[in-house]
Design a protein around this ligand. Structure first.
Ligand code: NDP
Length: 319
């Protein structure tokens, strides 16, 4: 029997590519690299496989008349035009849950790194500056006030960890969560005014674009730190650069950027930021689990079984 044909739209790791290649005829990014091969294969492509940062616009779906499903290896799917997929009754799947620990770990890691100046301390020792005396004192994290913007699966995992640090925890979401006892604020600005560390862990996309703007940063204040492990689009990056340059906030720990992998030179030159290359879920263990779930969704689809993890918008068409 002919294998179903799958278009891969991101550079995927070998532990995802291998099972895909076993079960499917895989076209690796030919829509970007080989127009003739893509035009030939497009009418037969039945699924798309991508990563959390992949873009699948309506225009790409328009060229794939046989498209049946889209499987994303990642929990965020703001690059996928889900409305266009729904119009075609094409379910989109993602990999929620399996990466909560890693992303929460990195959020805490960034908070500790920026407040305790761990990267700078490492440089201090390597450069021999210790010989001239101790480092300037840093900011204590345990017992501080934490504000979480987006208290979903990962936000709750961050709160669990922060509790062990004796932090007081507050949050903002669009809908208050009656099941948690943390203090709720109706906006990011109101929350920022009451905390020392503001951690962002919402989805990206239109609903959260520039949710953290100059006003929110002003509310966070000169002793406050911003940690972003959500999406670069959630922050007004120029306002953030200005706030960091002018002491409007104390510092930032950033895993995601507006135009990544391009990071503004101004940010790269600052001493009060810690920057990581969108690697919050980047451990071998977690990426393997994400790959397994992304493949399980594809296999379920082609076996006519319910999809393990459709995105919420697609649940009605994926049972
Ligand atoms: P969930 O869907 O479980 O949680 C999302 C939370 O965000 C919910 O509490 C939701 O609450 C809240 N939210 C949504 N919109 C808004 C808004 N406009 N204002 C305030 N809160 C909002 O998702 P996960 O926790 O699994 O993942 C969250 C995000 O983390 C992903 O979508 C992705 O963008 C990012 N991520 C980043 C990674 C990285 O490598 N840096 C890795 C993995 C994820 P409510 O609906 O009530 O508003």
């Amino acid at each position: 029997m002919l294998k179903p044909e799958v278009l891969v739209v991101a550079k995927l790791p070998p532990f995802l590519m291998e099972p895909l290649q076993q079960a499917y005829t895989v076209h690796d990014r030919i829509h970007e690299t080989d127009a003739a091969a893509f035009a030939k294969a497009a009418p037969r492509i039945r699924a798309i496989a991508g990563g959390g940062e992949s873009k699948v616009p309506r225009a790409l779906m328009d060229q794939l008349p046989a498209l049946e499903m889209i499987s994303v290896m990642g929990v965020g799917y703001d690059g996928i035009d889900v409305a266009a997929a729904m119009e075609r009754r094409v379910p989109v799947t993602h990999t929620p849950g399996v990466l909560n620990d890693d992303v929460a770990d990195l959020a805490i890691g960034l908070m500790l790194s920026v407040a305790r100046r761990i990267p700078q301390a490492d440089q201090y020792v390597r450069a021999g500056q210790w010989l001239n005396g101790p480092m300037p004192l840093a900011r204590k994290v345990s017992g501080a006030r934490l504000g979480i913007v987006g208290l979903g699966r990962i936000g709750q995992a961050i709160a669990d960890r922060a509790r062990a640090f004796g932090m007081s925890i507050a949050y903002t979401t669009r809908h208050q969560k009656p099941e948690v006892s943390y203090r709720y604020y109706p906006s990011a600005q109101a929350l920022a005014a009451e905390v020392d560390f503001l951690v962002l862990i919402t989805p990206g996309g239109a609903g959260t674009r520039k949710l953290v703007n100059a006003d929110v940063l002003k509310a966070l204040g000169p002793q406050g730190y911003l940690i972003n492990v959500a999406r670069g689009s959630v922050v007004d990056e120029s306002a953030l650069v200005e706030a960091l340059q002018n002491g409007v906030i104390a510092g930032a720990g950033l895993d995601v950027f507006e135009n990544e992998p391009n990071v503004p030179a101004a940010l790269r030159g600052m001493d009060n930021v810690v920057l990581t290359p969108h690697m919050a879920s980047g451990t071998r263990q977690t990426r393997q689990a994400m790959a397994d779930l992304a493949v399980a969704n594809l296999h379920a689809h082609f076996a006519g079984q319910p999809l393990p993890s459709p995105v919420p918008e697609c649940r009605s068409i994926s049972a």
